[in-house]
Design a protein around this ligand. Structure first.
Ligand code: SF4
Length: 502
């Protein structure tokens, strides 16, 4: 047991700070961890920013400590460079002290001293970053080295990429030296606690707000109740509140005292207890009130941490695809779509094709307010298209809000996402039937893979097919949902009609 505790990595200590049970599970039952696609995307953004940071801080003689030769080798190489008084940047400096292993993103020489730089892909300094960097500093100083500055370099979301691989200005440095010193005693005591935890049995820690603070824990599926209708699936319930109920032995949402629930949660509880979906009359009235033509719109976007096209900013939402089902009149349904896999900035073509297909009249249905945000950004990016795009914004109607107010089925498990709603209104479709891409994060990743010059033509064709089907599925689902509302119940959702490519 103790051998596993001897080399706690910094990330293990961060897990310990979130929850000692998480640390224990990571060490002893790592196979239970399930990382969400959002978490995986955050990891890859972190790696990408780390790579760019090395180009920003690069200087003659700089050394990247390799991982491939093993940790012992990496520690030996780092130690030799520091002890020889290296006067060049050292990246991924690997050191161990007090049973804690760290890889410091950037060490910059400053005479006999060093600057520690921790690089983060976030756009601001967060509490967890301070502790994270404090662990590095604790190890560094524990070994007898001197850091006269400790900096956190995070992404500056106001940075506008000039192009030409010039990322100077992408990172904003913040001096966190005082915070790191303040946190020193906490690091030391957490190290002791973490070592004891790893050496012991599985800690008995109840679920609660720590399960998604500061990070989504990958063991939620293991720790949280698996009832048919668990309390944590009540809409807008915090992990802390759900954890309190569970501590009191209430694991099924039907058991929660009504007085402790919001109106929406009471509705979900009532429908769940009844076992029968509820469709309020307002849904049909809404559907009947819409004239023709009607459009159903959905975008797919990327928001890369590192801008890839000139004149774009970090994490800027950039559309590369849209799907639109439209009905010129009742029962006359067609489909149009746009996808740009050229690798060139797609935003202008997205905007122009959208203006063409949406015409000037008719309601444009979206599911969430995201489409409004995307069009608004396009409007600011292309002032000459602003009048046409503003007119489209005026026609947008959020079908999700209508759904949230008028429809609930017990199988939706507290979620009004299309993925949750659709299987409750149609028997023949579900996102899991789609090949490959089944969610927005995967669509973003698929697009980036498709435009990568290293991707084969065959793979690119596969991804194109998957992207088109996925986006089309969303607008098809919206059309089915409105049909369900208009028909007032089962058997009313259907789709007919042709298809057109933009
Ligand atoms: S799910 Fe919650 S209780 Fe379980 S290990 Fe993670 S943070 Fe701890």
């Amino acid at each position: 047991m103790l051998s596993k505790a001897r080399n706690l990595s910094k990330s293990r200590l961060m897990s310990a700070r979130q929850c000692l049970k998480r640390l224990w599970l990571e060490v002893h039952k790592p196979e239970l961890a399930v990382f969400s696609s959002a978490t995986r995307a955050a990891f890859s953004a972190g790696h990408a920013i780390g790579e760019v940071a090395r180009t920003i801080y690069d200087a003659p003689g700089s050394v990247l400590i390799p991982y491939e030769g093993g940790l012992e080798h990496a520690i030996r190489k780092t130690t030799r460079l520091l002890n020889e008084g290296a006067q060049f940047p050292v990246f991924e400096a690997t050191l161990a002290f007090g049973g804690v292993l760290v890889r410091i993103d950037v060490l910059l020489p400053d005479g006999h001293n060093w600057h520690i730089i921790e690089v983060k892909s976030s756009t601001s300094v967060k509490d967890e970053h301070l502790f994270d960097t404090a662990v590095q500093s604790w190890v560094f100083r524990g070994l007898g080295y001197t850091a006269d500055q400790v900096l956190l370099a995070h992404v500056d979301n106001q940075f506008v990429y000039p192009g030409g691989e010039n990322y100077l200005g992408l990172l904003r440095e913040v001096d966190i030296g005082d915070d790191v010193v303040r946190l020193n005693p906490e690091v030391a005591s957490l190290v002791r606690m973490a070592r004891d935890t790893v050496a012991g049995g599985e800690p008995e820690i109840g679920v609660g707000k720590q399960c998604n603070t500061p990070y989504d824990c990958p063991f939620i599926g293991y720790c949280w109740p698996k009832d048919e209708f668990p309390v944590q699936t009540l809409p807008r319930v915090s992990k802390g509140t759900a954890g309190e109920w569970i501590r009191l032995g209430i694991t099924d949402l039907r058991q929660v005292p009504e007085r402790q629930l919001t109106d929406r949660q009471q509705w979900v509880q009532r429908v769940t207890r009844s076992g029968t979906a509820e469709l309020l009359p307002g849904a049909k009235a809404f559907a009947d009130s819409l004239g023709y033509p009607r459009y159903y719109l959905d975008f797919e976007t990327i928001a890369p941490a590192i801008p890839r096209w000139a004149n774009t900013r970090p994490y800027e939402v950039l559309p590369f695809q849209w799907s639109c089902h439209y009905e010129a009149s009742a029962g006359e349904v067609q489909h149009a779509e746009f996808l740009d896999l050229s690798g060139e900035p797609p935003m202008r073509r997205v905007a122009e094709s959208l203006i063409r297909v949406l015409g000037k009249n008719g309601v444009v249905l979206m599911y969430s307010s995201y489409e409004r945000v995307v069009i608004d950004r396009l409007l600011h990016r292309f002032p000459d298209l602003a009048p046409a795009l503003s007119a489209i914004i005026e026609r947008l109607v959020d079908l999700r809000r209508v759904t949230e107010d008028h429809y609930y089925h017990p199988a939706m498990a507290g979620s009004w996402s299309l993925k949750s709603v659709l299987p409750t209104i149609t028997a023949d479709s579900g996102y899991t039937d789609l090949e490959g891409i089944q969610e927005g994060t995967e669509a973003s990743e698929g697009y980036l893979e498709a435009i990568d010059p290293a991707t084969t033509e065959q793979r690119k064709a596969e991804l194109k097919q998957q992207l088109l089907e996925y986006c089309r599925f969303d607008t098809d689902a919206m059309h089915r949902l409105l049909g369900y509302f208009a028909g007032g119940g089962p058997g009313s959702a259907g789709l007919t009609g042709g298809r057109r490519n933009e």
